[in-house]
Design a binder for this molecule. Structure first.
Ligand code: ADP
Ligand code: MG
Length: 297
């Protein structure tokens, strides 16, 4: 289990190889996956995934384009039915506790031209609690205001979502998740393509949520951010390559195994960590690479 606390497991907390399970922590896991295989049509995106994520974890999911990171979040969120294996979220099947799980899709998956204000987007996070036929109550408006303040977007509450920058949109989508008051956050690339200030601000918010016992699972391409700001990391490439404390997992050998070579050493990262030249050899979907942007920073 990936846990925020508890006794250190064997091998310094790192589990390597197929069927990796981190056995740390003592509390109930927020997520438990056993032998999960999932995909689309003939394509297998995830294979034989065993993973337990302890409540209160701040977990980065790392891997090359097409590795199955988004698929993992969709399976946990109940948006994609696995072909085989079992998934438990907050003690029940995925989707059973939908109100307690906030899923934020990749920015690319959102129609930003939809005419809606920032405030309205964040209020959508309250709908499962309000019900679609009732009007928001004072408590709902207060939750929206609080969430906007948390991500520093109060001033922009009446603006159209389409008029915002990429970083501001990320803030608003996180606010929508916060307003839903979840126990589990599933965030797909929450800090990809945003400026450094926004990245730090968003990570501060996620860290605070995890400290309150919320479970945060976020995919990211940014290895420096994963190493510096996340407690735990899972390296995946269809299968789990390794899982454990972020500073231990993000080492050259494990990353090279995850990304299939093409590594580039960048000084200043922990453990002599690397940023990677993605080399596009894992992605048949034409998904974009973010590594060159990272290298340019
Ligand atoms: P990642 O988020 O790590 O880039 P994904 O989970 O999005 O990877 O994708 C894993 C694999 O599944 C890739 O090969 C991708 O092309 C494929 N895939 C993802 N979504 C779909 C879909 N809706 N239909 C068909 N194939 C998909
Ligand atoms: Mg993805």
């Amino acid at each position: 289990m990936i846990g925020a606390s508890g006794p250190a497991p064997a091998f310094g907390g790192v589990t390597v190889g197929d069927g990796a399970v981190i056995a740390a922590g003592s509390g109930r896991p927020a997520v438990r996956m056993q032998g999960v295989t999932a995909g689309y049509g003939a394509r297998i995106a995830l294979e034989a995934v065993d993973l337990e994520i302890g409540a209160g974890s701040l977990l980065a999911v790392i891997g090359p384009n097409g590795a199955g990171k988004s698929t993992l979040l969709k399976v946990i969120g109940g948006l994609l039915e696995p072909r085989s294996g079992t998934v438990e979220v907050l003690g029940g099947p995925p989707g059973a506790e939908a109100r307690r799980v906030a899923y934020v899709p990749q920015a690319e998956a959102v129609d930003w031209q939809f005419p809606v204000t920032v405030e309205e987007v964040v209020m959508m996070g309250r709908i499962p609690r309000i019900g679609i036929l009732r009007r928001p109550a004072a408590a709902d408006h207060a939750a929206v205001a609080d969430a906007l303040a948390t991500v520093n977007m109060t001033e922009a509450s009446r603006r159209q979502i389409g008029a915002l920058s990429g970083g501001q949109r990320r803030r608003v989508f996180l606010a929508r998740a916060i307003a839903s008051d979840p126990d589990v956050y599933l965030l797909d690339e929450p800090v990809t393509g945003v400026d450094a200030t926004t990245q730090e601000d968003l990570m501060d918010v996620l860290e605070a949520e995890a400290r309150q016992g919320k479970t945060v699972v976020a995919t990211t391409h940014d290895l420096a951010c994963a190493a510096h700001r996340f407690q735990q990391a899972v390296l995946i490439n269809r299968r789990i390559v390794a899982a454990g404390p972020a500073n231990l997992i993000l080492d050259q050998r494990l990353l090279a195994e995850t990304y299939g070579g093409h590594v580039l050493v960048v000084p200043g990262l922990p453990n002599g960590s690397v940023l990677l030249d993605d080399a596009h050899h894992h992605d048949e979907s034409g998904g974009e690479s973010h590594f060159h942007e990272e290298l340019g920073r």
